[in-house]
Ligand binder design. Structure first.
Ligand code: AMP
Ligand code: MG
Length: 434
């Protein structure tokens, strides 16, 4: 067995594997989407403001629009009385002007009336925002001002958020709630975004049953395609499970061709490990331009990557994941997630990495980078602590389900000892069992 300090030459570093995958994933063409259907997609055009926001000076408070000079000398002991000449709700313009000694009762968001240069909030008047039931504004003859107001108080200025002609969102921006709100505030109803990738997910193996089928001797349920489909969806793609292909050349060839017809990315699981004679490898070599890699990581060492030609001539990238459930999901998390980002026009966004105290040993037996599934918690000492989620075998799927981070033992270290610091890749900030 090689010692961790002597890296095996035939293993591909994780970063190189990722780079080769990303190099073959091109952003998909743009489509026009209504803004409320574009969440999670990426702009292919910059957005420029067609007008100022706010479009007019307006009040930030409920109160009275007045001339500041009319409030000079006002105090609680000696309120200054101003004549109320009207009332203005948000959405309307005041038809007139505020003169000396006058006030317009005004609601948050309403445009500043001509003549007024400050807002006295209700709290600084003797009105307190209260009004007798059924009383109309015309019946409030005057109001007492309890405090002098400087010019410009409580006014939101035209253009203070965005100026006409500003570039508000850049090409490549991910549309989340706030970006979509910005688009709506500009009156934009539709945007150009990169299409979401359609990801076909094909399981292979004679041993596999689909959930819902009765259990059978020697068989196991296909968990990979379900887990992968969920992750594809979570990361912005449109998954389509292409079923289970039996371990024959004919079945697998047909299943792959069928899956490719409608896919921007093909994911297969199983049949790529070195030394097994699974037919997947044979078909991949025959039908696609595929490399088989031994990636310097654990779990997830065997990985196939290349491109197939779809029936319509498109070159579709293919990630051939290992069969072991943990390896499969973890390799997808590291490579597939970023491939989806690239396909959907996003700058690939690696997960944040925290330094944490390992609560358990993480052992590296063969000079690969170990990704140990861990729960991350912030302790009273203010530090993050990573506790492993039980046995770490590549078939122990529950070790993934309990984890919100992957604690890393570097390829050139024999172990991370409990109590030492390590890097942890955060996959979820929330604790999955909380
Ligand atoms: P293979 O890569 O075909 O040698 O498979 C490695 C291991 O992963 C075997 O124990 C398979 O039974 C298991 N496996 C393969 N495909 C799946 C799947 N879709 N769901 C769950 N386990 C699988
Ligand atoms: Mg197999």
């Amino acid at each position: 067995m090689p010692r961790p300090t002597e890296p095996p030459v035939d293993m591909l570093p994780v970063e190189d594997a990722l780079q080769r995958i990303l190099d073959l994933c091109e952003p998909l063409p743009a489509e026009t989407r209504p803004i409320d259907d574009a969440v999670g997609q990426v702009l292919t055009e910059p957005i420029t403001a067609p007008f100022d926001i706010p479009p007019h000076d307006n009040t930030a408070m409920d109160g009275y629009a007045v001339q500041s000079a009319s409030t000079d000398g006002a105090s609680e002991r000696a309120p200054l009385r101003l004549r109320v000449i009207g009332e203005l709700a948000a959405g309307y313009l005041y038809d007139g002007a505020v003169g000396p000694g006058e006030a317009v009762r005004i609601m948050t968001g309403a445009p500043m009336p001509d003549g007024a240069d400050t807002i006295v909030p209700f709290e600084e008047t003797d009105e307190q925002g209260l009004r007798a039931p059924g009383q109309q504004h015309g019946e409030i003859a005057d109001v007492g001002i309890l405090k002098a107001a400087a010019p410009g108080n409580n006014i939101r200025r035209r253009g203070e958020d965005v100026r006409q002609g500003d570039r508000v969102l850049e090409r490549g921006a991910l549309l989340r709630g706030p970006e979509i709100a910005v688009l709506a505030s500009l009156g934009v109803a539709e945007v150009q975004v990169a299409r979401r990738p359609r990801v076909a997910i094909l399981s292979t193996g004679d041993e596999l049953l689909s959930p819902g089928q009765p259990p059978a001797p020697g068989k196991i349920y296909d968990s990979n395609s379900y887990g992968l489909s969920a992750l594809v969806q979570q990361y912005g793609g449109i998954p389509s499970r292409a079923g289970i292909a039996a371990d024959t050349i004919e079945a697998l060839t047909a299943a792959i061709q069928h899956a490719l017809a409608d896919a921007d990315l093909l994911i297969t699981s199983a049949g790529v490990s070195r030394g097994d004679f699974d037919v997947v490898k044979e078909v991949l070599v025959r039908e696609g331009a595929i490399d088989f890699w031994t990636v310097r990581m654990k779990p997830g060492k065997p990985l196939a990557f290349g491109r197939f030609t779809a029936p319509d001539g498109r070159r579709v990238p293919h990630i051939g994941l290992p069969g072991n459930p943990v390896s499969s999901l973890l390799a997808f998390e590291l490579f597939g997630r970023l491939a989806i980002h690239k396909l959907m026009g996003r700058e690939p966004q690696p997960r944040p990495v925290l330094r944490a105290i390992a609560e358990d040993d993480i052992i590296n037996t063969d000079a690969r980078r170990v990704y140990a599934r861990a729960t991350m918690e912030r302790h009273a000492d203010g530090r993050w602590h990573a506790r492993l989620t039980g046995p770490q075998g590549s078939g122990v799927l529950t070790s993934m389900a309990l984890a919100n981070g992957y604690a890393v033992c570097p390829e050139d270290a024999e172990r991370v000892r409990a109590g030492e610091e390590c890097d942890v890749i955060m996959v979820d900030w929330e604790h999955p069992t909380d």
